[in-house]
Design a protein. Structure first.
Length: 271
């Protein structure tokens, strides 16, 4: 697939039937007061996180993954799995998440089996319209999609994945754009008053992301957005941020974001 094909096969296409009120949402006209039992954040949502061998999406391999299902804003079930990436885990990565090569070899799930398990879970959630929640999910989803291409002969989009996704980084950039400070998970935990019990462990990070979402949802009345519209709008907000950030980078004589990096929730080269 070429990068330019994303509009025909990506976010806009898969949300075509659910976006009849997009223009109203852009002007906030779709927001209405709704009862708690009809708020999507009190329904089923699933938090997701990967820990990996490095920061480079094109080369990073998972060393652990976690999913945590919430219902009525309470954790209902969870799974966390260490993965054997099949290569030595760099000491710099171990210093962050604590998973050593020896631990991964001894306790880890086979890499291809792990990719298939994550793939299947993501496809199942999408098929049932259950929102996937996380922090900077372009990182996690792009890695999974690239590895799917490599080991399963299909990307997430090619396999029929269509979201919805709720990315707390995108929401924070939009709804709290004027606040000062960093926008990593630790900073968001501090700002929204959430405790991350074991930072950089996949289950704890996933749960912290979901707890932050609930705080943000109440603070910014995000429940008043229909879920399909919120998914679509995040793509718009991300594109706007990417354009603004690229302008800033150029002003500093630095390279702007590549075209592929302006696609959300999966980078263009991973489609």
């Amino acid at each position: 697939m070429k990068e330019g094909d994303v509009d025909s096969m990506g976010l806009r296409a898969v949300l075509e039937d659910g976006n009849k009120h997009i223009q109203q949402c852009l002007s906030y006209g779709c927001q209405q007061e709704i009862s708690v039992d009809k708020m999507w954040s009190y329904g089923e949502v699933v938090a997701f996180d990967l820990e990996t061998t490095g920061l480079d999406i094109k080369t990073a391999l998972p060393v652990s993954y976690a999913f945590c299902t919430y219902q009525n804003r309470l954790p209902e079930s969870s799974c966390e799995q260490i993965v054997n990436p099949g290569v030595p885990i760099p000491k710099e990565a171990t210093a962050i998440h604590g998973i050593t090569t020896e631990e991964a070899v001894e306790r880890g799930e086979d890499l291809v089996a792990a990719i298939r398990a994550v793939f299947d879970k993501l496809l199942d959630l999408a098929g049932n319209g259950i929102p996937l929640v996380g922090m900077n999910l372009t990182y996690d989803l792009s890695i999974v999609s690239l590895l799917g291409k490599k080991f399963l002969n299909t990307s997430l989009y090619e396999a029929g994945w269509k979201g919805p996704v709720i990315d707390i980084l995108v929401l924070d950039r939009y709804f709290a754009k004027d606040r000062q400070g960093r926008r990593n998970l630790a900073s968001l935990c501090g700002y929204y008053g959430v405790t991350n019990q074991t930072p950089h462990r996949s289950l704890s990070d996933a749960q912290a992301s979901c707890e932050i979402l609930f705080k943000m949802t109440d603070q910014f009345d995000i429940n008043n957005y229909e879920l399909a519209n919120l998914y679509f709008l995040q793509g718009q907000w991300y594109e706007s941020w990417a354009e603004s950030y690229s302008t800033f980078l150029a002003s500093q004589n630095r390279s702007p974001l590549a075209k592929a990096q302006r696609h959300w929730p999966i980078y263009g080269y991973a489609l």
